[in-house]
Design a protein around this ligand. Structure first.
Ligand code: KG4
Ligand code: ZN
Length: 337
């Protein structure tokens, strides 16, 4: 069979990224331009600045990408872009750029859901085998999804309040650590011990998650200690927070494995870059005798490689998108026939 090359575009938050992926699993070339340093000075992503920067940089990112390969736009079989969920202004830049390339070079357009991208990042390691259980842990989502086949998403549970990445970022802010919070909490936690007792979530709601109680207890603890004039051990508090947050992720995933009898588990999304989570999930996989896949570090946080990879099954199903496709700040994972 002829090799299929897909150009993927990702601009849902603060990374401008374009990638070429062969047959849904080989990263031919990828460029990721992060705006992290710009947003860090504001303590978080500023949507207006993010979309402006995507607009300024996207053609430069494309130029850089093609400087890494002998392939040209004519060699592409399709153009894919994230259409949802994310920052609307940012999504629009990538999606409209994809439509333009698709029209000019007469290539099919494929819309990709950002979370499908995170899931299919695992296809860059080893072909996904179904059925599988996916734990999605990102800045906006915490979900357990059962997949019986390509693009058959059955959401078993999700967060009832905050996403785990969002809470990592919030706790980092309260501890005075710079943006992005997640990796900084991880660094601090490495040097501390879980000496603070924080409440475990008690969501009876089976496979759903809750992180707002944990977030509030960290905020209250910091405020109370500050009012008393006591000093907080930031390393220990980061460690206590991380241990409690990951305990919930592991506990719920274990319940889902038991409930579904699944033999395969994949982890997806920005928080999967966290080494402690990776270690705890590896232990769980051993204990439950289940095959585990976690993306390489560079494919955990936002990138276009995962978007091109996620577009491949849609290409094979000829699930092409029309030019009236719109960007959406929120949307459910869409399933195909
Ligand atoms: O998937 P992602 O890059 O963007 C979204 O789709 O949301 O995830 C970003 C989230 C942020 O909340 C960030 O703090 C968190 O992932 N994150 C981490 C780590 N690296 C990124 N959280 C904990 N430990 C990390 N090493
Ligand atoms: Zn993401």
């Amino acid at each position: 069979m002829k090799d299929i090359y897909i150009l993927g575009i990702e601009t849902s938050c603060d990374e401008t990224s374009i990638s070429i992926v062969k047959n849904g699993c080989v990263d031919v070339a990828t460029t990721v331009l992060t705006q992290m340093d710009t947003h860090a000075s504001y303590g978080g992503v500023v949507p207006e600045i993010a979309s402006r920067m995507h607009t300024e940089n996207i053609t430069l990112v494309l130029e850089d990408l093609f400087s890494k390969t002998d392939l040209t736009m004519n060699d592409m079989d399709a153009v894919a872009a994230t259409y949802a969920p994310g920052l609307l202004g940012s999504l629009l830049v990538g999606l409209e750029f994809a439509k333009t390339l698709s029209l000019v070079y007469q290539k099919p357009l494929i819309k990709v859901h950002h979370l499908a991208g995170h899931i299919y990042a695992n296809n860059l390691e080893e072909r996904l085998e179904f059925p599988l259980l996916a734990l999605i842990v990102s800045g906006g989502h915490t979900e357990l999804v059962l997949m019986e086949d390509d693009y058959r998403f059955n959401v078993l549970g999700s967060t009832l309040d905050d996403a785990v990445g969002e809470v990592y970022d919030k706790v980092a802010k309260v501890l005075g650590l710079p943006y992005p919070g997640g990796p900084n909490i991880e660094k601090y936690a490495l040097q501390g011990k879980p000496n603070y007792t924080l409440p475990k979530s008690v969501v009876n709601d089976e496979l759903n998650f809750s992180f707002s109680g944990l977030k509030s207890s960290v905020i209250n603890l910091v405020h109370n200690e500050t009012q008393k004039g006591s000093e907080i051990n930031k390393y220990d508090l980061a460690s206590s927070f991380q241990t409690t947050a990951v305990e919930q992720l592991v506990r719920k995933t274990k319940e889902a494995i038991k409930k579904t009898g699944s033999k395969r588990l994949i982890i997806a999304g920005g928080v999967s870059a966290n080494k402690y989570l990776r270690e705890e999930m590896t232990k769980l996989a051993k204990e439950t005798n289940i095959k585990l896949s976690i993306p390489k570090m560079k494919y955990c946080t936002d990138n276009a490689t995962m978007i091109a990879a996620a577009a491949y099954p849609l290409y094979l199903k000829k699930e092409f998108s029309t030019y009236d496709t719109n960007a959406k700040s929120t949307d459910k994972l869409f399933t195909t026939k």
